[in-house]
Structures are given as C-alpha cells and as structure tokens.
Write a protein that binds this ligand. Structure first.
Ligand code: MG
Ligand code: ZN
Length: 214
C-alpha cells in the first residue's frame, strides 16, 4: 500500500506543475504537443519532415528529451528552430518539472507551437502530464501490432496515433486492421494516421488535422 501512495504523490505533484506550465502556455498563446513512442519509432524523423511544413504558418520550438546526449537536438537545430535538450539523467520519461525548467531557455514570445519529443518509452511518459494541448503517440509497424494491447495506457491517453514506417509493410507481418481495432477499443476518440517519414506519405493528412486543432 505504501508504494501505491508514493506513486500517487509523485503524480499529484507532477499534475500541479503541469497546471502551472499550462497557465504559462495560455498566457503566451503557445500550443504544446507531447510526442511519445518507443525508442526508434521515428519521432525525430517525423519532426524533421513536419516542422518545415509547420514553419510555413507557425513559429515552432522544440524540447528534446533523451536520457543522455544531444544527438536529436542537433538534428532538429538544423531546421533553424529554437531547441532545448533535456537530459533526464536516467529517467525514462519527461515530467512537468523538467519542462518547466527548460522553458526559460526558449524564446517563448516567439513560439506558437512547442513540440516536446519525449524519451522513447511506451510506459511512463503516458502517466506524466506536462501541460500539453495534445498527446500524440507514434507506433512504427516494425514494433508489431500487439502494442495497443500491451501498453494500453499510452493509447488511452493519446489524442492521435501515428502509424509510421508504412513503406516497410510489404516486408513484415504487421496486421494493420488488428492494431487499429485494438487501439480504438482502448480509445474510441483516437485519431489515426498512417505515414512514412521516409516517403512522406500520409504526413499532409496529419498536418491538416493538426491545423484544425490549433
Ligand atoms: Mg528521437
Ligand atoms: Zn519513466
């Protein structure tokens, strides 16, 4: 029982900070996306493809979360958008406080859309609110169609599921219908996009959907 209480206290404290972040984002008129997936699903590649498109209409900023190193942040900075790296120092998710501490390093008055690339992990990022407007999760077809049933919370809390690497479908056994049906059983409101960050297929559908949300 004690352990359950500790976890609950951590999440309560996190939610309070997430609400503070939310207030600041509202004041600054910043739309915030929490992008989550397993390691290697293609979050950074997705941002490399979509940010140039988003930049045509909006000023974009990025927070990159990784356990260590700045590799992804270096990639993103090539797009000439402000980017801050959070190194979680071992923690397998980004929490509200990490975002709060990163915000002073971003030019908030010059950002319309802030994208937070979470640490690659389908488990605890789903539990930690950061004050975001949208939670978007990415599932790559190479991970298998069983992920909705294995990690239901991630699918439950997300607004959208982006199924990535569809260019690889001819080479692997991924049951698209099962993955989508299982995800929708967990979350009927989930918006679903099938994309390939390699070929660019499907990305414009996602961007059009996002523009309606902002
Ligand atoms: Mg990445
Ligand atoms: Zn974690």
């Amino acid at each position: 029982m004690t352990q359950i209480k500790v976890v609950k206290n951590i999440l309560d404290a996190n939610n309070r900070i997430a609400i503070e972040n939310r207030k600041l984002f509202d004041e600054k008129n910043i739309f915030v996306i929490n992008l989550m997936s397993s390691p290697g699903a293609g979050k950074t590649s997705f941002l490399m493809k979509t940010i140039p498109e988003l930049k045509k209409k909006y000023k974009v900023g990025v927070i990159e979360g990784d356990i260590q190193n700045t590799y992804d942040a270096e990639q993103i900075s090539k797009l000439n958008v402000p980017v801050v790296q959070i190194n979680t120092g071992g923690a397998c998710h980004i929490d509200g406080n990490m975002v709060k501490e990163a915000l002073p390093d971003l030019p908030l008055d010059e950002i319309d859309i802030l994208i937070v690339e979470n640490v690659g992990n389908l488990v605890c990022p789903a539990e930690f609110n950061i004050g975001e407007d949208l939670k978007i999760m990415m599932l790559s077809v190479t991970e298998g169609d069983d992920k909705p049933l294995k990690y239901p919370l991630m699918f439950h809390v997300s607004n959208a599921m982006i199924i990535n690497k569809i260019d690889l479908l001819p080479y692997i056994d991924f049951n698209m219908e099962k993955a989508i049906n299982d995800a929708l059983k967990i979350n009927q409101k989930l918006s679903i996009f099938k994309v390939s960050c390699k070929t660019g297929e499907g990305l414009s559908d996602f961007i059009n959907w996002l523009y309606e949300k902002i």
